[in-house]
Design a binder for this molecule. Structure first.
Ligand SMILES: Nc1nc2c(c(=O)[nH]1)N[C@H]1C(S)=C(S)[C@@H](COP(=O)(O)O)O[C@H]1N2
Ligand SMILES: [Mo]
Length: 251
């Protein structure tokens, strides 16, 4: 296609592209740019034709399926595919990682739950455990495969007598981070309260003593160094969510 043809086509496609982009944003909060990044396609030059063709040919069949189905399982991987070293990310540099004392650490539980007794690390470790090798996708443009183990979050919520009809579960962290997720995601079989990374206690930088591992969400919806969990019907937002990142942010 020469440049003129592309320009004509771009003009013709513009309304459709706007419609697709708008639907994408409404449903996932991802811009088409973010989506192309997540799917490994580089359309960042902003070429309207490429973007429109991508949107129409790929959006409907492939991407939409895994991006928006809340019950769908995130892909799992073999141990040989684990990214080593696994990247660190936070809103601060790695030297500022909070150092939490695992012996005195307590996990507070509040809101719409029957049993508000704080949890210790050993009590969490005594619960039935699950493991997963999944891909973590950060909206900043990288992804990596890691292995996390811990308590399936659904069993934790059942154990504390959480009202699973409530809309949200919120998290406070040992740094100033906070986040919240929808109840359907909290109950998803792959959402775990992870205490281990690659078969050993979570290293400090990856969220010691506990992080929420949510492979169906973008990385920023995986709070590390959790200190408090609450079940609520009030919208809670989150660190990045309150700075304009979409709250749902499925991956
Ligand atoms: N407490 C806390 N949790 C956090 C963050 C943070 O800054 N503080 N950053 C989030 C973001 S944006 C990402 S990509 C992942 C990075 O996790 P990792 O260091 O294990 O790769 O943690 C998420 N959870
Ligand atoms: Mo991230």
């Amino acid at each position: 296609m020469n440049r003129i043809d592309r320009k004509v086509l771009a003009d013709q496609l513009a309304p459709e592209l706007k419609r697709v982009e708008r639907r994408l944003l409404l449903r996932s909060g991802l811009s088409l740019g973010a989506l192309t990044m997540l799917t490994g396609c580089n359309l960042s030059d902003g070429d309207a034709v490429d973007r429109a063709l991508f949107a129409m040919s790929r959006f409907n069949d492939r991407v939409q399926g895994w991006l928006f189905d809340a019950n769908r399982l995130a892909p799992t991987f073999a141990a040989s595919e684990i990214t080593d070293p696994f990247p660190f990310n936070a809103y601060y540099p790695e030297d500022n990682t909070p150092e939490v004392d695992g012996d005195t650490w307590k996990l507070e539980v509040s809101g719409l739950v029957q049993d508000k007794t704080p949890w210790t690390l050993s009590k969490l470790r005594a619960m039935p455990q699950a493991s997963q090798i999944t891909r973590h996708i950060c909206i900043e443009g990288w992804s990596a495969i890691g292995e996390w183990s811990g308590v399936p979050f659904r069993s934790f919520l059942e154990r504390i007598g959480a009202d699973t009809r409530a809309q949200y579960v919120g998290f406070k962290c040992a740094d100033r981070y906070y986040s919240s997720i929808d109840m359907a995601t909290a109950l998803h079989p792959q959402t775990i309260l992870a205490t281990d990374f690659r078969g050993a206690p979570l290293p400090d930088k990856y969220g010691f003593p506990v992080k929420l591992r949510v492979p169906t969400k973008l990385g920023f919806k995986n709070p590390k160094h959790i200190t408090a969990i609450y079940v609520t019907n009030d919208y809670l937002g989150g660190w990045w969510e309150d700075q304009g990142y979409n709250w749902f942010s499925g991956s």
